[in-house]
Design a protein around this ligand. Structure first.
Ligand code: FAD
Length: 385
């Protein structure tokens, strides 16, 4: 647990750092679809991206609540943590399931900012959400695994040194349990780029540095297998609660940003001789957004508290992500409406944040999949897929 005083200090420090990266910085990058190198370097230098790496490995050893506060403040300041948020949670797979040698080799270097672990290769074009149907294979040959296949939406692959990769090591028809036969590898992309690994950027509606990656006889040292061969799906699942909580916190930050912008504008824009915010038709949607954001924030807090206590937080992490993503998207829409035509003007940053926050009801998990998780695991209804 991080106490309230410490959390307040962390929030203030993140806000101070983010002040150095105002709207103009993000707008220029957005136009070029360029990666926010300076912003990510500043966050790394300040130690924020190593929040969840324990102190024994050179990290800050902070709690999930503190990590969530960092991500929330980044978004609430108008910045975009999507450029680097994965480093906070992907390293958890190495921390929880890596060997002592792997942890000693990678975690301190990640904490120091010398190695970037920003890429997470799970989704494939054919299998989509049905992860167990993925087709990328890894076949052991002596001291190496030879990897063939393809991933899609492997965000930040171009801006990362390492990629956490999920691939099939035992054919599906040969495994006893549905979830067996997949393995996790920590791929050092610097060694295989152009030698079996090809990265092709995908241009999206927002500036997200995402990519397709292709593996053609890509050789990865066997020592880069994380944990046991065949147990990878479980390892990836175990990191998903952290991912959901942190993304939910980002959505809370986005919602706060939209609400603050809308409130300020509604107070100062005068039409028909009075501030537009004096009209209930304008103030009620802002109030509704505020209520939705506060309610979602409570669920994020509950999920983080359970996570920190080492308890099962699958339902809460999913509900937090769902409520927060819905709240941020509704707040984005409300903010455009409140601003009228100016909501569409680039210099207001609203249309940029609107595009950016749209992602979170789809990725890292789409709304329907959250709902089916809750139906099955919280309500005991039959599995639908
Ligand atoms: C910008 C961006 C960045 C991303 N970054 C990463 C990354 O770094 N690493 C990574 O591995 N992945 C990443 N993803 C992938 C992301 O996690 C998936 O896009 C998301 O999980 C949805 O999967 P899909 O696109 O394959 O949709 P599909 O699985 O094809 O689903 C399409 C739609 O059908 C619905 N659907 C599917 N099956 C069912 C069902 N049984 N019942 C009801 N509805 C259903 C889904 O909810 C969805 O709305 C990213 C995606 C985007 C767009």
């Amino acid at each position: 647990m991080t106490d309230a005083n410490e959390l307040a200090q962390i929030r203030e420090a993140v806000r101070a750092l983010c002040k150095e990266f105002p709207g103009e910085y993000w707008r220029a990058l957005d136009r070029e679809r360029a990666y926010p190198e300076k912003f990510v370097a500043a966050l790394t230098k300040a130690g924020f991206l190593a929040a969840l790496i324990p102190e024994e490995f050179g990290g800050s050893g902070l709690s999930m609540s503190a990590a969530a506060a960092i991500m929330e403040e980044i978004q609430a300041s108008g910045c975009n943590g999507a450029a680097c948020h994965a480093q906070m949670y992907t390293m958890g797979t190495v921390l929880r399931h890596g060997s002592p040698a792997q942890k000693a080799k990678y975690l301190p270097a990640i904490a120091r900012g010398e190695l970037r672990l920003q890429a997470f290769g799970v989704t494939e074009p054919t299998s989509g959400t049905d992860t167990l149907s993925l087709r990328t294979t890894a076949v052991r040959e002596g001291d190496f695994y030879v990897i063939n296949g393809q991933k899609i939406w492997t965000s930040r692959a171009e801006h990362s040194d390492l990629m956490l990769l999920l691939a099939r090591t035992t054919p599906r028809e040969q495994v006893k349990s549905r979830t067996a036969g997949l393995s996790v590898f920590l791929v050092d992309m610097r060694e295989v780029k152009g030698k079996g690994l090809t990265i092709r950027p995908i241009r999206t509606m927002m500036n997200h540095a995402t990519a397709e990656v292709f593996f053609e006889n890509m050789r990865v040292p066997a020592e880069n297998l994380i944990g046991e061969e065949g147990a990878g799906f479980r390892y990836i699942l175990s990191g998903m609660n952290a991912e959901r909580i942190l993304i939910a916190a980002e959505c809370i930050g986005d919602a706060k940003w939209f609400i603050e912008k809308a409130t300020a504008y509604a107070g100062e824009r005068v039409v028909f001789g009075r501030p537009i915010g004096q009209n209930q038709g304008v103030q009620f949607p802002i109030a509704k957004s505020y209520i939705a954001m506060r309610a979602a924030a409570l669920m994020v807090r509950e999920a983080a508290a359970l996570y920190e206590a080492g308890e099962d937080c699958g339902a809460e992490a999913n509900m937090a992500k769902h409520l927060a993503a819905e709240a941020s998207w509704a707040a984005a829409d409300m903010c455009v409406q409140t601003h009228g035509g100016f909501g569409f003007a680039e210099e207001f940053d609203i249309e940029r944040k609107f595009r950016e926050t749209r992602l979170y009801t789809v990725a890292p998990i789409s709304t329907n999949l959250v709902l089916s998780y809750i139906a099955e695991h919280a309500l005991g209804l039959p599995r639908s897929y």
